[in-house]
Ligand binder design. Structure first.
Ligand code: ZN
Length: 102
């Protein structure tokens, strides 16, 4: 007797026969979307989505995570730069001296 797998989207919707569902897979470096495929849908790393709305919501979330990741990397670089620039502090002191002189 065949087992009928039950699919449910991230939003909680359960798959029905007539729905236009899609599949997605997220890896470390990319995100991919696939047309519905019953065999693919049963794989562990596949995300089941009930349609375009949830697919784009997932895409936004992943893009946000990528953005966060690149911002964090940028902050790390900025910190390194700050520790190596005492010149800026001297410059500010010089400007203050000038203002007092005026
Ligand atoms: Zn959904």
């Amino acid at each position: 007797m065949a087992v009928i797998p039950l699919y449910s989207c991230l939003c909680g919707t359960h798959k029905k026969v007539s729905n236009h569902w899609v599949l997605a897979r997220i890896t470390e470096s990319d995100i991919r979307f696939f047309p519905w495929d019953t065999e693919l849908a049963q794989k562990d790393d596949i995300i089941v989505l009930c349609g375009e709305a949830c697919a784009s919501a997932l895409l936004s979330r992943v893009l946000g995570e990528w953005k966060q990741r690149s911002v964090s990397a940028g902050e790390a670089n900025d910190d390194a730069d700050d520790s190596d620039t005492p010149i800026d502090d001297n410059h500010d002191g010089h400007v203050q001296e000038k203002l007092f002189a005026l």
